[in-house]
Design a protein around this ligand. Structure first.
Ligand SMILES: CC(C)(COP(=O)(O)OP(=O)(O)OC[C@H]1O[C@@H](n2cnc3c(N)ncnc32)[C@H](O)[C@@H]1OP(=O)(O)O)[C@@H](O)C(=O)NCCC(=O)NCCS
Length: 183
């Protein structure tokens, strides 16, 4: 697999969005997005309480992309030239040619098909350029919006698992979704 292609995070464009590398100039939008407890609720991060904490999160995202851990694009809404979310791969296995996908959007932009549009572009790149053969995703069963995004993109639920979630400090059920790419 061209795993390093994923970490290069090339700019991807869709009709309404640009997926590009995160930058420190995104800090205010990134804070607005991450600090919302309704966005953070279904993620594994502690919502930042202030700009300094958001800067730390953003720095981690930018560093993780560089060391191949979790390459993450910033999602920019073209008409407002504003960062409205993130989308990226983690648990990348070059051997198994698979990776897990994650995504979030600022609440004000929910319900317009934007997450589906962004994730579709990331998947297209992952399968066709980076040669992934399988992408998985995990969501909590209550996260109906996320499950719907995955189903619209062709994912099927393959099971569920109990996982310890450090932020909530408890075991949580997560549904597992899978999308395979057949050449
Ligand atoms: C999940 C998330 C990215 C979806 O973003 P979005 O741009 O609103 O998604 P889309 O508009 O592309 O699609 C959402 C779909 O879910 C549906 N939906 C939204 N809320 C729903 C609900 N409570 N019950 C049932 N369906 C719901 C929408 O109607 C839409 O389906 P449709 O196109 O068939 O009408 C966004 O809600 C988010 O950032 N949530 C917090 C972070 C998160 O959960 N990330 C994923 C972690 S696995």
């Amino acid at each position: 697999m061209s795993a390093n292609l994923l970490t290069l995070l090339p700019t991807l464009t869709t009709p309404r969005l640009t997926l590009r590398k995160l930058a420190m100039s995104d800090l205010n939008d990134f804070f607005e997005h991450g600090a919302d407890p309704e966005v953070a609720r279904f993620t594994l991060w502690e919502p930042p309480q202030n700009l300094a904490q958001a800067r730390k999160h953003l720095t981690n995202y930018m560093r993780d992309s560089g060391d191949r851990h979790a390459p993450t694009w910033g999602i920019v809404l073209n008409e407002e030239n504003k960062l409205i979310g993130t989308c990226g791969f983690h648990h990348i296995s070059p051997y198994a040619q698979n990776a897990e996908i994650g995504y979030t959007l600022t609440k004000a932009y929910w319900g317009r098909g934007l997450a589906t549009e962004a994730v579709r572009a990331a998947l297209d790149f992952g399968f066709k350029q980076a040669k992934l053969q399988q992408v998985t995703a995990r969501t909590t069963p209550e996260n109906t919006a996320s499950a719907r995004v995955l189903k619209k993109l062709g994912f099927r639920q393959t099971g569920s698992m109990l996982e310890y979630v450090p932020i909530s400090q408890q075991m949580q059920r997560l549904d597992i979704y899978q999308l395979d790419y057949f050449l």
